[in-house]
Ligand binder design. Sequence first.
Ligand code: HEC
Ligand code: HEC
Length: 170
Amino acid sequence: MSVTREEGLAAWERIYAVASHPRCTNCHVGASGVPMWEGLSYGPGAAHGMGIRADASRIGAQSIPCRTCHLTTDSPNSQPHAPPRIAQAWRLPPVELDWLGKDSAALCAQLRDPATNDGNDIAGLVAHLQSSPFVAWGFAPGGGRSFPAGSVAELAEDVALWGRAGTPCE
Ligand code: HEC
Ligand code: HEC
């Protein structure tokens, strides 16, 4: 089924609204290795408390490992302000998946290029979104946290649609 450029752009706008939400950007911070605490009542630009650094390992191997507080377990932490936990090692993404503060055009160009999106074609991005416990957590974080509009399935559909439209950005 053919998809128009306009439909592709509309899909991208919905994708951007999700990807730029703090439940995603608090981890997708890039080279600083400092996770963020935005959208949690500490105000805009708030960095993770307690001097946490993810370093090159992305799991804090050289200082305080993330797992010290973010246990790997399938029993979620629903208390407000408790460290989120999921059934996968809590960690930051690779440095290149740096989205924090990026505008729509910049993030679009980055996500459609395998050289800057961790080596994914559109099918790879869709598969990640459908299976990632991090993405699933972002839509259902618990503890009174805000979350982006839509669902994992709608986000994956939008990425597929955006791909069929030729990944338009603006
Ligand atoms: C706890 C940290 C964390 C959160 C929160 C998070 N991610 Fe990620 N994300 C990662 C990690 C780590 C990777 C690298 C791939 C992997 O190890 O699963 C990644 C990779 C990705 C990728 C690229 C796929 C790939 O193969 O690397 C996309 C797209 C993505 N995340 C989307 C999202 C979206 C959308 C949200 C919010 C709904 C989100 N992420 C929230 C940690 C996170
Ligand atoms: C000493 C305990 C501790 C360690 C170690 C720790 N965290 Fe956290 N983290 C917390 C707590 C507590 C919260 C919840 C803060 C809140 O909701 O007010 C949190 C929240 C977060 C959030 C924000 C989630 C959201 O709701 O958007 C991210 C991202 C995060 N941590 C990443 C990491 C990463 C990556 C590491 C390892 C490099 C790490 N943390 C190490 C205690 C810790």
